[in-house]
Design a protein around this ligand. Structure first.
Ligand code: AR6
Length: 207
């Protein structure tokens, strides 16, 4: 058997944002952690979830939230109305509806320019850990995260990426979780891709 190399683990798969077809990550990329560039709504995760960077209402918005609601259809909003919103740092799970993924995990990232920086950091970490724990308790095989809070909510990308990778590493290291769930990060812009590519080896060094 071939041992996956560092480059295969960290290869960025470019997805055409305009493509209507669903994308299935290749098995090699789904080792430990993988990085994708493109539209998260096109990811095909029949036994997994994509994460939505939502707001406290959980009733939709702009950015990735708007894209997910548009792609999933009106039944997602109907289901979200039953959730009663969420606190910052909290996550709630719904069906994927028209998406090619089984579930959507809605998490509420912090708005960067309000309040204490330590509090923002712990809330952002909590988005990742609570989403991962939901995936684990629902027996999901894969979870794909967008870069939470780094768009409209203004969190600086390098700080946010360190928090994201640190949180994922911590959860995967606990209780053999690494064997239970595969993690993907779905970056949209080129700058975000570069930041993730440069920091990934620090948090997931080659064995
Ligand atoms: N697929 C993957 N990533 C995307 C997509 C997509 N289709 N669209 C945008 N991104 P943002 P936030 C990236 O602003 O900062 C909403 O109104 C984007 O480039 O979506 O957490 C909510 O309702 C950026 O890297 O989320 C909240 O009110 C990342 O997703 C608020 O925005 C997050 O950007 C949340 O703000």
């Amino acid at each position: 058997t071939t041992i996956p190399t560092l480059s295969s683990l960290y290869t960025t798969l470019s997805l055409k944002p305009t493509s209507k077809s669903a994308h299935r990550p290749s098995p090699t990329l789904l080792t430990k952690i993988s990085l994708f560039q493109g539209d998260i709504t096109t990811l095909h995760l029949p036994n997994g979830a994509i994460v939505n960077a939502a707001n406290k209402s959980l009733l939709g918005g702009g950015g990735v939230d708007g894209a997910i609601h548009r792609a999933a259809g009106p039944q997602l909003l109907e289901e979200c109305r039953t959730l009663g919103g969420a606190k910052t740092g909290e996550s709630k799970i719904t069906g994927g509806w028209r998406l090619p993924s089984k579930h959507i995990i809605h998490t509420v990232g912090p708005i960067y320019h309000s309040g204490e920086i330590e509090e923002k950091a712990s809330q952002l970490k909590s988005c990742y850990t609570t989403s991962l724990h939901l995936a684990l308790t629902h027996g999901l095989r894969t979870i794909a995260f967008p870069s939470i809070s780094t768009g409209i909510y203004g969190y600086p990308i390098v700080d946010a990426t360190r928090i994201a990778l640190g949180a994922v590493r911590e959860v995967l290291d606990a209780d053999a979780n690494e064997d239970k769930v595969r993690v993907s990060v779905c970056v949209y812009g080129d700058k975000d891709k570069e930041v993730y590519e440069s920091l990934l080896p620090e948090y997931f060094p080659p064995v």
